[in-house]
Design a protein around this ligand. Sequence first.
Ligand SMILES: C[S@@+](CC[C@H](N)C(=O)[O-])C[C@H]1O[C@@H](n2cnc3c(N)ncnc32)[C@H](O)[C@@H]1O
Length: 233
Amino acid sequence: MTTNHRDNNLDLSDQNKKAWDSLYASTEDFVWGFQPIGFIDIFIPYIKPRLSNVSCILDAGAGEGRNLPQLLALSDHIVACDASGNALGKIPTAIRASLKIVTCDLEAIPFDDGFFDVILLADVVETLPDPQPVLRELHRLLKPGGLLLCNIPGFEDGIAEIDMETIGENQYLYQGRYFYRFVHQDEAIALLESCGFKMVHHQLCSWVEAAHPSFRSDVHTHSSYVFLVEKAG
Ligand SMILES: C[S@@+](CC[C@H](N)C(=O)[O-])C[C@H]1O[C@@H](n2cnc3c(N)ncnc32)[C@H](O)[C@@H]1O
């Protein structure tokens, strides 16, 4: 990647993080609601057999924490991180004491190499102007044999290109503010492999989400490639 391209991505990433942080501050409602993202339950049977009672799980880009109850059912050692302090501030009081909460950029998460057994990256890759450094950082944080569960939407997604202006190849700004990308399945697999991951299981998942206060006014259906990948041991 050229220096200019990286600089442009850094500007875009900075604007994008500010846009998300302002969104969370703009409403007392939970933007993403309380229902966990629609693919976690499908993948839990693949993850659970790999866990022990000391397994550490990271919710990377946790937002307001809608997926944390699912993770807390798997382990007592859960970390939630996000760049948005306003998002993390909304994680419900009832579960805060059971978590470690860290405000940070996903490119630099303050934990040692190999700290985590499992990482969830839900609805985040498509919002990253430069996903590779983030995926490499998550690879660093995993133990050998550790698992990353993430979705990477393609153009099948019900929200793809809706109210979005094109700013580059497969790259968009939603409502002129929020960065999105949609990629084909083979590109998503190549991206994960280029960051050192090996495929465990993947499938196209679809689920319906309610409107998101201050963000999306209609009920909508997501279709997204979901990948469970591991750090080769
Ligand atoms: C669409 S939301 C998904 C939130 C959550 N995973 C969920 O499923 O509800 C994307 C999240 O990624 C966070 N994010 C985006 N870029 C980030 C970055 N570079 N570092 C840390 N967090 C980031 C945003 O603040 C936002 O909370």
